[in-house]
Design a protein around this ligand. Structure first.
Ligand SMILES: [Zn+2]
Length: 85
């Protein structure tokens, strides 16, 4: 198992990219999500611009933060069974 990517290492969401994620893009599609709902995409340095532009042109992008900040802000809100869906 040593060459498998461990679950705790977040990987970039860009298609075909297996780089470690550095950024979290928080987004929401108002047509299918309630306003407070946040979907997240992970991005490496290389794909942050591409993925945020993709969401941005659709008006979905809400926030871009580093993975570190994202996890810190989530843990301070306490667990609420909000596993990724
Ligand atoms: Zn990437």
């Amino acid at each position: 198992m040593s060459d498998e990517t461990p679950d705790e290492t977040p990987i970039c969401s860009a298609k075909g990219c297996r780089a470690a994620a550095v950024w979290v893009l928080a987004w929401n599609n108002p047509k299918i999500h309630t306003p407070e709902r946040r979907k997240t995409w992970l991005a490496c340095e290389e794909h942050r611009g591409h993925l945020s532009a993709f969401l941005g042109v659709r008006g979905f992008l809400k926030d871009v933060v580093t993975l570190e900040e994202w996890e810190a802000s989530r843990s301070s809100e306490g667990p609420e069974g909000s596993e990724r869906s």
